[in-house]
Design a binder for this molecule. Structure first.
Ligand SMILES: Nc1ncnc2c1ncn2[C@@H]1O[C@H](COP(=O)(O)OP(=O)(O)O)[C@@H](O)[C@H]1O
Ligand SMILES: [Mg+2]
Length: 246
């Protein structure tokens, strides 16, 4: 049973065909490296899966059941989490507050409910331990390394029991050592049976973690194959169009 299946997904923005009949299946625990030039449609694909845009046509299936997302919350409830390029985290808040951003834990306080900071710290400490990150719940995100920020973003995906994690260029702005940390986290998610879609321009990163390589060119999926049966040279050819399809 596929974690996620896309059947002939198209997305038009006026006259622009950002996605043109994209079909792709992703299994539980599978890591898919999604590659393509700027403007190829990668972010649009992520946004369609995450409920930011409705597809112009086509159907999404989650665990073989048709899914229709009208807003990101619908996708989140179906087990889909996104880690964006900018990580969408708040620098002025603690790690714990960021993990729970928009979904704060509350507890009763007399007749009302108040934010349960202690509860959120305890739960996020557990999550950081689970992903073997040294991040502490009270650490301010402003003072963190890129790798630690990733850990915060990934802890957030675990909080609601994500089944599919979409990562749009997560390693674009971080150092080599931090990239290694992020790749380790991706492997961890995969070991938990979580399907991961990794968008990256960094070919070595993709080939290090991906089970499958998917290549978009001008909105069309021109390849979807085992990473072990492809190569950086082939992917470069597919991205540029030197190789038509594989
Ligand atoms: N919100 C939008 N409105 C109009 N056009 C868009 C929008 N988002 C993306 N596009 C267009 O869709 C195409 C694919 O963009 P995108 O998915 O961002 O590509 P990638 O992430 O691979 O660089 C581009 O031509 C882009 O200009
Ligand atoms: Mg993009």
């Amino acid at each position: 049973m596929s974690a996620l299946r896309l059947d002939n997904i198209s997305k038009n923005f006026g006259a622009i065909h950002a996605l043109d009949n994209v079909s792709l299946a992703i299994e539980p625990g599978e890591v898919v490296g999604l590659m393509g030039d700027n403007g190829a449609g990668k972010s649009t694909l992520v946004k369609v899966i995450a409920g930011n845009f409705a597809p112009t046509s086509g159907q999404i299936f989650i665990s073989n059941k048709p899914a229709e997302f009208h807003k990101p919350l619908d996708a989140q409830r179906a087990g889909i989490e996104v880690v964006y390029q900018d990580l969408a985290i708040c620098n002025n808040l603690s790690a714990a507050s960021n993990v729970f951003l928009g979904r704060e834990m509350t507890k009763p306080f007399g007749p009302i409910r108040i934010v349960d900071y202690a509860g959120m710290r305890a739960k996020s400490a557990q999550l950081f331990e689970r992903i073997k990150s040294e991040t502490r719940p009270r650490d301010l995100v402003r003072r963190m390394s890129g790798g630690q920020r990733q850990a915060v973003a990934i802890a957030r995906t675990l909080l609601y029991d994500a089944r599919i994690v979409l990562m749009d260029e997560p390693t674009a702005a971080i150092s080599v050592r931090q990239v290694a940390e992020v790749l380790k986290l991706i492997r961890y998610l995969s070991d938990q049976g979580i399907a991961v879609v990794l968008i990256s321009h960094r070919m070595p990163d993709v080939f290090e973690v991906a089970d499958k390589i998917a290549v978009l060119r001008r909105g069309r999926l021109v390849a979807s194959k085992k990473a072990s049966e492809s190569s950086p040279e082939e992917v470069t050819g597919l991205i540029t169009g030197a190789i038509e399809a594989a």
